[in-house]
Design a binder for this molecule. Structure first.
Ligand code: FES
Ligand code: FES
Length: 156
């Protein structure tokens, strides 16, 4: 065990943990940040996505000590029930979820895309979401939600 210092959702967090523990376990078990989900555990499904210095990346494999110098944002850091992020609002308005398990990955990927490219075309949206698997097949609604979020961001 060792003390690992992580910068998460704008706060410094010191956690006592085996440094080889994947970041996802540190987030969920040590910090109760349960937005990122465990799916495959091999960086293939995208349900564990977080933003690492603004880039959407899976958190289920890389050890937590490799993130000490990075800014990490989880779903909880995007918005909260009193002030949702435009992507979260748009996903609700488009009813873009069925079971909801993939939503963390979809929303984190979409928010990273819109941060870099506020007016993506449909092809760019599909590319940005392609690392996240959705077994429920609500992709059409999700694409609509990202387009809606893009319009909201433009109005801000
Ligand atoms: S749980 Fe991390 S990509 Fe599937
Ligand atoms: S909404 Fe069920 S996996 Fe995507």
């Amino acid at each position: 065990m060792a003390i690992i210092n992580l910068h998460i959702n704008g706060k410094e967090e010191a956690i006592d943990i085996d440094p080889s523990t994947p970041l996802l376990y540190a987030l969920r078990n040590n910090l109760s940040l349960n937005g990122p989900k465990f799916g495959c555990g091999i960086e293939r499904c995208g349900s564990c996505m977080v933003l690492m210095d603004g880039v959407a990346m899976p958190s289920c494999v890389r050890p937590c000590d490799s993130f000490e110098k990075m800014k990490i944002t989880t779903l909880e850091g995007l918005g909260d029930p009193t002030k949702l992020h435009p992507v979260q609002e748009a996903f609700i308005e488009e009813q873009a979820a069925q079971c909801g398990y993939c939503l963390n990955g979809m929303i984190m990927s979409a928010s990273a895309l819109l941060e870099k490219n506020p007016e993506p075309d449909e092809h760019e949206i599909k590319i940005a979401l392609q690392r996240v698997l959705c077994r429920c097949g609500t992709h059409a609604r999700m694409i609509r939600a990202v387009k809606r979020a893009s319009k909201k961001i433009k109005r801000l």
